[in-house]
Design a protein around this ligand. Sequence first.
Ligand code: NZQ
Ligand code: ZN
Length: 388
Amino acid sequence: MLGNFSYKNATKLYFGDDSLKYLYEELPKYGPNVQLIYGGGSIKRSGLYDEIVKILKDCGKNIVEDGGVMPNPTTDKLYEGVRIARDHHSDLLLAVGGGSCCDYAKAVSVSVHCDEDPWDKYYLRFEEPTCEIVPVGCILTMAGTGSEMNAGAVITNHEQKLKIGHVFGEDVMPKFSILNPRYTMTLPKKQMVAGIYDIFNHICEQYFSGEDDNTSDYLAEALMKSVIKSSLTAVEDPEDYEARSNIMWAATWALNTLIAKGKSGDWMVHMIGQAAGAYTDATHGMTLSAVSLPYYRHIMPYGLKKFVRFAEEVWNVSPDGKSDEQIAGEGLEAMKDWMKKIGVAMRLSEIGATEDMIDGITEATIILDGGYKVLTKDEIKQIVRESM
Ligand code: NZQ
Ligand code: ZN
């Protein structure tokens, strides 16, 4: 049952290959001090940095640089960003990059005016912000996380070996996001396919939950089919604009709260993947692909009806003369073939995990109860072991 809810998405999107010009419309809405957030330099190499700086200057903004946001942004970087924002009295946090820059900007936004340690407050105690929140805008260069239109912000604490995401309220969503599929074309193939698998898994995490047959399930199937088709085109021809734009748009809709309606949400692939990420610092999408098949094989008996539907509707498995277990199993095999075709990591050992990490990854995995089976620590350990 869809149940009772209100729905609003606070982010205004500008999509397409001339969408950057809308920055001229957005900037005047904010004060003069702009904190320009970016990663390790891809936007300088592509020339996007110069274009954005020109627009900021045309609009009379004072720019403070906040570069060097690493993939899987850390607590230390968060503290640095907060210091920069306080010193500069930042009125707008403008993130240019992938999910790491967007997430980081959101984490800074709720921490600038917060008197407590943001890691303790938001990530260990999962409290909501009670302070003023600095507005965030995003210019996306990588499709995957959906961070451009959601309120999630994932931060890694290397000292504590924890990678934790907090999904904040609507006030933390970016005020606007600029999505130009052409910017994603400079991504290395590994990052492109990691992003594609991240999108697919966000849909799965919501789809494989709840007993219902509701609109969210149909939307999820349509998005999955679009991702599968476009990904196969994009790996053959990364410059195919239509495929890259479908991937970018699907990424946004996969995790902007729409298809979560009426679903409890599983998210255990993400929980195990994030724990593996805390140990390996590996690319997010690859941590998910490495643990997915052992996880789904494990929970399949508990949600068999849905796995049958997944096989038939998403992977076109013919049900004729087969048991439900066979149909569902063939669905997962088809998913495995697709994962291999696009070239994502199939094992944790491929992304730097070693046997001696199994206990730690198991321990660091947060157990959620929205899926078909609430896992025990022993089951998680078994899945992590099978993923090696
Ligand atoms: O740092 P630069 O030099 O920009 O390079 C980046 C980075 O090395 C590069 N890149 C991005 N766009 C590029 C490019 N290189 C060339 N051309 C371009 N156009 O790609 C690398 C990865 O970027 P990153 O932002 O880390 O990737 P992604 O978008 O996958 O973000 C990952 C982070 O988001 C979190 C993950 O846990 C991880 O920390 N997530 C956020 C979510 C959310 N907000 O809802 C949900 C997700 O499940 C995820 O957990
Ligand atoms: Zn993800």
